[in-house]
Write a protein that binds this ligand. Structure first.
Ligand code: AMP
Length: 419
């Protein structure tokens, strides 16, 4: 028996419901995206974004759930991230969803680079902030913005757990044979040069949802996930754990992307320096911003590229073919890495919407058990769905990603865990 009898409470006074909402923040260098979720049923209470932070024509777009009203949009200067989060807080307030609500359980933050240190979502404290800061040299564009978002949100609700969910965590299960580059070990270790992988929340979510689609436990399924958005990456997931992924030290490695080259011979850089007279910064911009589909044909939107291909444009056709060739190479490579493949899942803007990309990526791979059914592949749909024919050896699926939901789920699970 407890030595301290609990004070009598009137039996008709309802206990306050435990906080069950999570706010997800994705802070980029000049934008903040947010979504407020009710975790008891997974519903979206509101979402929005603030774009062009620091410019005179910043945009604030807020979309409440259908029962709370119409989307709202305004333009005008939003000076910095603090002002952006204040604008978000005002919009939420106007819907009766203010940040001061006791229903809010935590704020979950997307953090791009967690290095090898963060294998799980983590409640932010000073030591965590310092470690994210220490990783800035390997994620100079992303981690500073993520840090600013965390600091600003902490100032708004200092009493609330702020949880960092890392893009890299899902990939920390990669074996050393996949994670290390074959370069001098001491140099690599000194500068933390290794393959980290990105889009981890998407690969985690999609591989789990693919298992669910197959009616199996994630532990029993081997999946190749193809996250094809403006950025693109593939992963090999064995029994729910990532064993290889196509992005490396930075998101530049791997597949052909909207504006990034993906794999190139590293000697291209020496050549462009010595023979082309370009600076390292110029080559960085070239490979990250002026390459990939946009570098090959001037467009990075797959819709426009397909339109041009269908109109007989040779340049667009070559860009498309190079994109597909690389994709196919990775499917084959990850087939070999996994040994047994149960499913290939297409996700993100291109993967979810571009039927010709899916068709071309598995064309000629029937020998590996990979086929798409033209009718299923071409049919419009919103949820997870199979596009392979009945009885196919390997399931080919479209599985819409939801990185915000994954961040919220991981955040909520962490703050509800008993200490
Ligand atoms: P994400 O980065 O996941 O938002 O994906 C953005 C990319 O998805 C865009 O750049 C387009 O190339 C592509 N995309 C979106 N909708 C379609 C569509 N209906 N057909 C082909 N590609 C699409």
């Amino acid at each position: 028996m407890s030595p301290h009898p609990s004070p009598a409470t009137p039996s008709d006074e309802p206990r306050p419901a435990p906080p069950s909402r999570v706010l997800v923040l994705n802070s980029g260098s000049s934008s903040v995206k947010y979504r407020l979720l009710e975790m008891s049923d997974g519903s979206r209470l509101a979402s929005g974004l603030v774009e062009r932070i620091g410019e005179r024509t910043s945009l604030v777009r807020h979309t409440p759930s259908a029962s709370r009203g119409e989307p709202r949009e305004r333009t005008g200067p939003v000076a910095d991230h603090e002002a952006a989060l204040k604008a978000m807080a005002e919009e939420l307030d106007a819907d009766g969803l203010g940040l001061d609500s006791p229903a809010l359980a935590a704020i979950g933050h997307r953090v791009v680079h967690g290095g090898m240190h963060f294998t799980e979502p983590t409640v932010v404290d000073e030591a965590v902030l310092a470690e994210i800061e220490r990783l800035i040299p390997v994620a100079p564009l992303h981690n500073p913005a993520n840090l600013t978002g965390i600091r600003t949100a902490t100032a708004l609700r200092p009493d609330l757990p702020q949880v960092a969910v890392f893009d890299t965590s899902f990939h920390t299960t990669m074996p050393e044979s996949a994670a290390r580059y074959a370069i001098d070990v001491r140099t690599a270790d000194e500068h933390r040069v290794r393959r980290y992988g990105f889009h981890g929340t998407s690969h985690a979510y999609v591989s789990r949802e693919t298992a669910r689609l197959l009616g199996k436990a994630p532990e029993d399924v081997n999946v190749i996930v193809l996250h094809l958005g403006n950025g693109a990456s593939a992963s090999a997931v064995r029994g729910g754990r990532c064993v290889d992924t196509s992005m490396g030290l930075t998101p530049l490695e791997g597949l052909v992307m909207g504006t990034r080259s993906g794999d190139v011979d590293p000697a291209v850089i020496f050549h462009l320096t010595r023979v082309g007279g370009m600076s390292v910064d110029e080559i960085d911009t070239l490979l990250n911003k002026k390459s990939g589909l946009v570098g090959l044909c001037g467009d990075n939107d797959m819709r426009e590229i397909r339109r041009r291909v269908d109109a007989g444009d040779e340049e667009a056709k070559l860009a498309f073919d190079i994109y597909i060739h690389r994709l196919k190479k990775y499917i084959g490579a990850y087939y070999a890495v996994l040994g047994r493949v149960d499913a290939v899942a297409f996700t993100a803007g291109v993967g979810e919407n571009a039927a010709p990309v899916r068709e071309a990526a598995v064309a000629g791979l029937a020998g590996l058990g990979l086929e798409v059914d033209a009718g299923r592949n071409g049919a419009r749909g919103t949820g997870p769905r199979l596009i392979s024919p009945d009885g196919a050896r390997v399931a080919v699926a479209v599985v819409p990603t939801d990185e915000e939901m994954e961040i919220a789920t991981q955040t909520y699970a962490l703050v509800r865990k008993p200490n």
